[in-house]
Ligand binder design. Structure first.
Ligand code: HEC
Ligand code: HEC
Ligand code: HEC
Ligand code: HEC
Ligand code: HEC
Ligand code: HEC
Length: 497
């Protein structure tokens, strides 16, 4: 048999290396072809096709080189060349049988590994994979996501999606992530990818049409004060969401003002975007107006060299899918639907206290929550602890569930670390700009008027009279804090315990 390659090629190490390299190369080709012809975009295919398989290809080639070099060295040392490879004689029936079995086996193996890597690749695209297997570290995001309005929208739809540049970028950062997880050097929590998050036009706006008009939306909120009776307080809001399109002309509301007619740009030095001292509006007719925060320490020049961004959906809807609810909000909600018994004295207060303690591990937290609440009733209300045992148990279970869905001590994740910018109660949100403290050169103030963004339709204190007005009733703070709710932001008090 005539040999194509130099003699030094024919040694087991080199041949094994060549086989590995060939198979990897074949798989890369196969995946590339599948990728080209499939009409659905498969972002994670890249990690396999362009990161993992090439690594095997390189290992294969390295083995080839190593084998050849070793062979040369042996030759120099005068170690005799023997026939290290078997001779195959297809006229010999035994050889023929072995050869057939071997060839068929190899072909089957190749087909199966092609199929297998395709399946593996498909799996890396699934939400389960994104959220759990590779990204165990993303448990907080995955858990919050499962309970969000976008639970049926794949992670990749918002984070990776179509488009060549984003593909390459996410592949590179994906490869780094694989390394970071394996080497256990990832940050806790995982930071918000503000700079390389895909722009809203390529994500949100693929499903939600920005020109679409949204009607006003009524939101009914029920609150409980932290007193013995858990005094109830209701509050109806009509959110002026709005929107508009070129056809029907100018309409009003939150969306119209922010996105369609006007272009708003802001500058900040703070990577969490909680402080926004500089805002520019360019209206449809091209007029510009700049609002600056009163008493702002920084010059325009410094700010404009910081983080400057045109405002889009994510500047308000920053938590469309990873929503970590504040403890008060969750407890109010579960009390209002009866899941937590509002007849238990001080349950609001003790529930919030138990949730907000700093724990180091989830298991410890769940045990402590149970202990704190049980102890509280046994020590202060022994009769109730006895009589309402079932109800206390059920309330504890609900509060533990709230913890599991919203707090991730191992990753340092909670609502305080990832505030939601919609609203203004638990984080500055809209009041980052609309705090009555941002003023333009011609003296216009970004208003904090309570009926600009929503109309307060009704307010009722537990046994007080119901105050209703379609024009908006004047706000009354549930506990007497004087005028300070007008002077400072709600979140200055409410983001604390
Ligand atoms: C509806 C769109 C959407 C979906 C679906 C989505 N995300 Fe996100 N995700 C975002 C946005 C927007 C941010 C950035 C938030 C910000 O700017 O404050 C983000 C941030 C993150 C962060 C950074 C940490 C943080 O909370 O800011 C991680 C990690 C993450 N997402 C993982 C996932 C995983 C895993 C899934 C699927 C289980 C997923 N995302 C699904 C929109 C989405
Ligand atoms: C793949 C399509 C898709 C993408 C991409 C998407 N959404 Fe959605 N979104 C939906 C669907 C579907 C719903 C309705 C869910 C329901 O009502 O059950 C929804 C609901 C919403 C709601 C209403 C939530 C509520 O409380 O009812 C908001 C706000 C929203 N999306 C904002 C966003 C933002 C911001 C982004 C970009 C970060 C985004 N969406 C990306 C499909 C999408
Ligand atoms: C100025 C902040 C702001 C911006 C920017 C913004 N929104 Fe909203 N959006 C809101 C508020 C506030 C609501 C009412 C939310 C609520 O009360 O639950 C809302 C509601 C919505 C809803 C739900 C409507 C409903 O009937 O429940 C969708 C969907 C939505 N926004 C999508 C978008 C998309 C897509 C963009 C980007 C093109 C966007 N928003 C930009 C503030 C904003
Ligand atoms: C980055 C700063 C910024 C943030 C954050 C912001 N806005 Fe605005 N908003 C503006 C500016 C600037 C204007 C335009 C004021 C003008 O007319 O010059 C405006 C105008 C509005 C208007 C129209 C007011 C009017 O006089 O008709 C509404 C409603 C509104 N915003 C709602 C919201 C809501 C709701 C949020 C939070 C979800 C929010 N904004 C967050 C900067 C901001
Ligand atoms: C710049 C727009 C804007 C202004 C001004 C504004 N709000 Fe709001 N408010 C919102 C938005 C957006 C929400 C969130 C609605 C939601 O929960 O989806 C909200 C929610 C609320 C809530 C319910 C909070 C919760 O999560 O339980 C209360 C109470 C409230 N506003 C009171 C006020 C009062 C009082 C004022 C006047 C000092 C005021 N708002 C001014 C935009 C505004
Ligand atoms: C000076 C601090 C302070 C400011 C500012 C403030 N609050 Fe409060 N707020 C309190 C205190 C204290 C309570 C009573 C807490 C309790 O009983 O659990 C309270 C209770 C509430 C409650 C009912 C309890 C609950 O479940 O949270 C609501 C709703 C509320 N405030 C809304 C607002 C809104 C809206 C603003 C901004 C317009 C605001 N607060 C500004 C101190 C403040």
């Amino acid at each position: 048999m005539k040999k194509i390659f130099p003699l030094s090629f024919y040694n087991p190490v080199t041949l094994t290396g060549a086989a590995i390299a060939l198979v990897s190369f074949g798989l890369i080709l196969f995946l590339t072809v599948v990728e080209t012809f499939s009409n659905e975009h498969k972002p994670y295919m890249g990690i396999i096709a362009f990161v993992i398989l090439p690594a095997f290809l390189l290992i294969g080639l390295a083995l080839v080189m190593f084998g050849i070099l070793r062979e040369h060295r042996r030759e120099r040392l005068g170690i005799a060349h023997k026939h290290r490879l078997p001779r195959i004689d297809l006229n010999d029936p035994r050889h023929r049988l072995v050869f057939t079995i071997f060839s068929v086996g190899t072909i089957l193996l190749l087909v199966f590994s092609a199929f297998g890597s395709f399946k593996a690749y498909e799996y890396t695209d699934s939400d389960e994979f994104c959220g759990t297997v590779c990204h165990k570290v993303m448990e907080p995001e995955y858990t919050a996501y499962k309970f969000s309005p976008h639970a049926k929208v794949g992670c990749v739809k918002c984070h990776i999606g179509p488009g060549a540049t984003w593909f390459v970028r996410s592949k590179l950062s994906g490869a780094y992530q694989v390394y970071a997880v394996l080497a256990n050097v990832y940050p806790k929590p995982i930071p918000t990818p503000i700079e390389n998050l895909r722009p809203a036009q390529e994500t949100c706006e693929q499903c939600h049409w920005p020109q679409h008009f949204y009607f006003e939306k009524k939101i009914l909120n029920t609150y409980y004060i932290s007193d013995e009776k858990n005094t109830k307080w209701t509050f109806d809001l009509l959110m002026k969401i709005g929107g508009g399109n070129d056809e029907s002309g100018v309409t009003s509301g939150i969306h119209w003002h922010m996105n369609i007619a006007n272009e708003i740009t802001y500058a900040t030095l703070d990577s969490s975007r909680l402080e926004i001292p500089w805002v520019k509006v360019k209206s449809r007719d091209g007029k510009e107006r700049i609002y600056r925060e009163r008493n702002n320490k920084f010059s325009d020049e410094k700010l404009l060299n910081g983080f400057v961004k045109k405002m889009d959906c994510i500047d308000c809807h920053n938590r469309p899918s990873h929503i970590y609810h504040p403890s008060r909000k969750s407890i109010n909600r579960f009390m209002s639907i009866g899941a937590i018994d509002s007849d238990l004295p001080y349950i609001k207060s003790i529930g919030v206290t138990a949730l907000e303690k700093l724990y180091t591990e989830k298991e410890i937290a769940l045990d402590s929550i149970k202990l704190i609440i049980n102890d509280f009733y046994q020590n202060n209300y022994p009769l109730i602890a006895e009589k309402k045992k079932k109800s206390i148990e059920k309330s504890i279970k609900e509060i533990q569930n709230i913890y599991s869905r919203n707090y991730f001590p191992e990753m340092n994740v909670s609502w305080k670390r990832f505030p939601n910018h919609i609203g203004h109660m638990y984080s500055p949100g809209c009041f980052r700009c609309h705090d009555g403290n941002h003023i333009s050169d011609d003296g216009v103030v970004l208003s904090k008027d309570c009926n600009v963004c929503h109309t307060i339709l009704a307010q009722q204190y537990e046994h007080g009279s119901l105050r209703v007005s379609l024009e908006g009733v004047e706000y009354e703070h549930p506990v007497d804090i004087g005028n300070s709710w007008k002077e400072i932001n709600c979140s200055d008090c409410h983001s604390k315990n």
